[in-house]
Ligand binder design. Structure first.
Ligand SMILES: Nc1ncnc2c1ncn2[C@@H]1O[C@H](COP(=O)(O)OP(=O)(O)OP(=O)(O)O)[C@@H](O)[C@H]1O
Length: 245
């Protein structure tokens, strides 16, 4: 269960952006779908604890992560969320093993060659990363980077997984393959996820409910399959056409 009600005003030079997001859902897999600059990443940053809203609350499975009225603001670590960033966020100067172990416990910044804790070793095996553990991010493929970032996110045994355009850096065929892998992983772990995407195929395969975001606010919600129907009936689909229920 996700229950979010947040506001945040951001100024950048003469430009201002207002985030005003209300989202309440019992769906296990939610997608935030909207155009560039609509506030998707800011929303996910607020959930992850990387940005603090001016007011409001964020609750995940009835646990309060943030609430200005109660002066609650858990640190990103205390929130126990997995966050897969758009560009994967791997540290270029750390090996795959060091990247995966990063954040698990003190001292993992520079772990020994075979020092990966059990929680991380499990995901190394699941994603077949054994042979690249001592490689640096620049030395591995796009799919391996994505799997390494996923292994890092999953190693903290998160209560909720945040996926920010997880497939956007991949070419079309790898994208299809990784989409299937992610969907299989979601089914296996039954872990709640919030997915940010511009891609209808991603939303259909990786979400049960889509929330449409525009200009910093949620403007409607629908089943992922409705996105396809709307696109075929409205070829020049705009988010205005998607203002439904
Ligand atoms: N740190 C910041 N300082 C100033 N403005 C910001 C900052 N972060 C985001 N913004 C502005 O807030 C708005 C929403 O940004 P956000 O990154 O959430 O969009 P998005 O929907 O995730 O876009 P994209 O799909 O392109 O990633 C944008 O207009 C952006 O310029």
């Amino acid at each position: 269960m996700i229950d979010i009600n947040i506001t945040r005003r951001i100024r950048a030079g003469k430009q201002a952006f207002g985030l005003n997001v209300q989202l309440k859902s019992k769906a296990g897999r939610i997608a935030l779908f909207g155009p560039s600059g609509s506030g998707k990443t800011l929303t996910v940053h607020a959930i992850a604890g990387l940005m603090h809203p001016d007011s409001g609350y964020i609750r995940v499975n009835e646990r309060t992560l943030f609430d200005t009225s109660k002066a609650i603001c858990l640190t990103p670590q205390e929130r126990k969320l997995g966050y897969l960033q758009q560009d994967y966020g791997l540290f270029p100067h750390l090996t795959v093993a060091q990247n995966i172990g990063f954040g698990l416990k003190k001292g993992m910044f520079n772990p020994g060659r075979h020092a990966l804790p059990e929680a991380a070793a499990r995901w190394v095996e699941v994603f077949g990363l054994q042979n690249v553990l001592h490689s640096y991010p620049r030395e591995i493929s796009g799919g391996q980077k994505q799997r390494a970032a996923l292994a890092r996110a999953l190693s903290v045994q998160p209560n909720l997984m945040l996926l920010d355009e997880p497939l956007s850096a991949l070419d079309a065929s790898l994208r299809r393959k990784m989409r299937e892998e992610l969907a299989a992983l979601q089914a296996r772990l039954q872990m709640p996820t919030i997915l940010i995407t511009h891609d209808i195929d991603d939303a259909v395969m990786l979400a049960d409910e889509v929330h449409l975001i525009r200009d910093g606010s949620i403007v409607g919600s629908c089943h992922p399959s409705s996105l396809r129907e709307l696109q075929s009936s409205t070829p020049s689909m705009t988010l205005d056409a998607l203002k439904i229920a």
